[in-house]
Design a protein around this ligand. Structure first.
Ligand SMILES: N[C@@H](CCC(=O)N[C@@H](CS)C(=O)NCC(=O)O)C(=O)O
Length: 200
């Protein structure tokens, strides 16, 4: 594949940028990891396609939307299944994980009243997560979601659990979902991912 010039721009945090950083790290894909401070962001915002980060610059053209960027990163990192049905399965998994992000962000970052927040966290932990994770658990086919080989959906699960859910809701446990828990551990143990995490 032709080597493109790639720059990922995001805040100096994990958030919606970390999945693509992990995918590039897994694939050994060289990229510029530009971190923007919140102080500098207002000057940059009007220049962005949707006024939001992350953005990805590929050979001088700027693209937006974190999951579009992640799927591009997955393709060049060798983590996007070439078989259409395998890609369908990975995307089915991926979309289900993405659906948890909205309620998670709303509860953890936007709900200010502590009593209301505690109630919403309880519903999220007792109902929302088990509904999605219970269904996903049945789809895991082996060491990774699709079997022996990882795909971007495995890294997305790792990122959602380790960098988001556990950070925002420390009481959240994967005990009831042993296959998903194993996938998270197996992603973490992948040599390129382990090396990336050791540098953080
Ligand atoms: N759907 C977009 C959402 C992007 C988004 O909400 N980015 C936030 C950071 S995670 C942002 O740029 N916030 C700054 C602002 O709202 O001005 C994506 O997935 O990329």
């Amino acid at each position: 594949m032709t080597q493109h010039s790639i720059k990922l721009t995001y805040f100096d945090e994990k958030g919606r940028g970390e999945l693509s950083r992990l995918l590039f790290a897994y694939g050994g894909v060289p990229f510029v990891d530009e971190r923007v401070s919140h102080a500098d962001f207002p000057a940059l915002k009007p220049k962005l396609p949707f006024g939001l980060l992350p953005v990805l610059e590929v050979d001088g053209t700027v693209y937006a939307q974190s999951m579009a960027i992640a799927r591009y990163a997955a393709k060049i990192a060798g983590l996007y299944p070439s078989d259409p049905v395998e890609a369908l399965k990975a995307n089915m998994f991926s979309c289900t994980l993405a659906e948890l992000e909205g309620p998670f962000v709303e509860i953890v970052f936007r709900t200010k009243d502590e009593t209301e927040k505690a109630e919403k966290i309880k519903t999220f932990v007792d109902e929302t997560v088990p509904k999605s994770f219970g269904a996903l658990e049945k789809l895991v086919q082996g060491k990774f979601i699709l079997g022996d080989k990882p795909s971007f959906a495995d890294l997305q699960l790792f990122d959602l659990v380790e960098n988001n859910l556990k950070m925002g809701i420390p009481t959240l446990s994967l005990e009831a979902f042993p296959k998903l828990a194993a996938v998270v551990i197996n992603v973490e143990a992948e040599p390129k991912i382990a090396a990336y995490l050791a540098k953080q």
